[in-house]
Write a protein that binds this ligand. Structure first.
Ligand code: 13P
Length: 251
């Protein structure tokens, strides 16, 4: 039985004060949920949000990290620095990193392995662009991102991996994949995991959906058998929007 995992990716939003205020509201609001909840504030607010969330049932996440532990990498943040701040999970290979900042599968794979090595949960994002979808390449793209992203990751390490399926055309656009379309891709991901590892490993894997998840579509998505949670962008920025997603109605 997979525990639903709802994560809020705050992206490049919230000053320290704003982040503390939102974390404080969330802390009490989700105190009784049985779902796994995580928020990923910007790096500058990690320490402050970590302090607010200490002792709560909300995990502290980061939105990215470097592929090396230390060195001459101007502007980068190391896994050691994230650990230092109490970060438990890190979003890797987000489509904005892939498409705006040119991250490729090899770089993302190095980050995934480093995060695992240091005891973090790696949330590996995969997803096709609209062009790739229209060319009928959804499965090929997603399977390649999955295989290359997990290269060298052992079955024993999969407990530290969450997959997030985020179709690029649905991110921040208000266009959500239908629950049926999303579930079909989640099923493909799970089958590929079974091929790469084992059916048991595939059955245990949490696969989140991300892309315009809102309070009014969360329940429909989460009702699907292969959708185990959500990676939420815009709607994670207020407690009014994020709370109903965390507490989605199972129907
Ligand atoms: P939106 O929910 O704003 O579409 O963003 C999704 C996302 O990219 C989460 O990582």
């Amino acid at each position: 039985m997979r525990t639903p995992y709802i994560a809020g990716n705050w992206k490049m939003h919230k000053t320290i004060g704003e982040a503390e205020a939102l974390a404080g509201q969330l802390r009490s609001a989700v105190a009784n949920t049985a779902h796994t909840v995580m928020v990923a504030p910007p790096f500058t607010a990690l320490q402050a949000v970590g302090a607010v969330l200490k002792g709560s049932n909300i995990k502290l996440g980061a939105q990215n990290m470097a592929a090396e532990e230390a060195g001459a990498h101007t502007g980068e943040i190391s896994v050691l620095m994230l650990k230092d701040l109490g970060v438990e999970a890190v979003i890797l290979g987000h489509s904005e990193r892939r498409h705006t900042y040119g991250e490729n599968n090899a770089l993302i794979n190095a980050k995934v392995k480093l995060a695992i090595q240091h005891g973090l949960t790696a949330i590996l994002c995969v997803g096709e662009t609209l062009e790739e979808r229209e060319a009928g390449r959804v499965n090929a793209v997603v399977e390649e991102q999955l295989e290359l992203g997990l290269d060298g990751v052992s079955e024993g390490q999969l407990g530290q991996v969450v997959i997030a399926y985020e179709p690029v055309w649905a991110i921040g656009t208000g266009k959500t994949a239908t629950p049926e379309d999303a579930d079909a891709v989640h099923q493909i991901i799970r089958s590929r995991l079974a091929g790469l590892y084992s059916q048991a490993a595939a059955d245990a894997m949490v696969i989140q959906y991300g892309g315009s998840v809102k309070p009014d579509n969360a329940s429909g998505l989460m009702a699907k058998p292969n959708i185990d949670g959500a990676l939420v962008g815009g709607a994670s920025l207020t407690v009014e929007q994020f709370l109903p997603i965390v507490q989605y109605d199972k129907g």
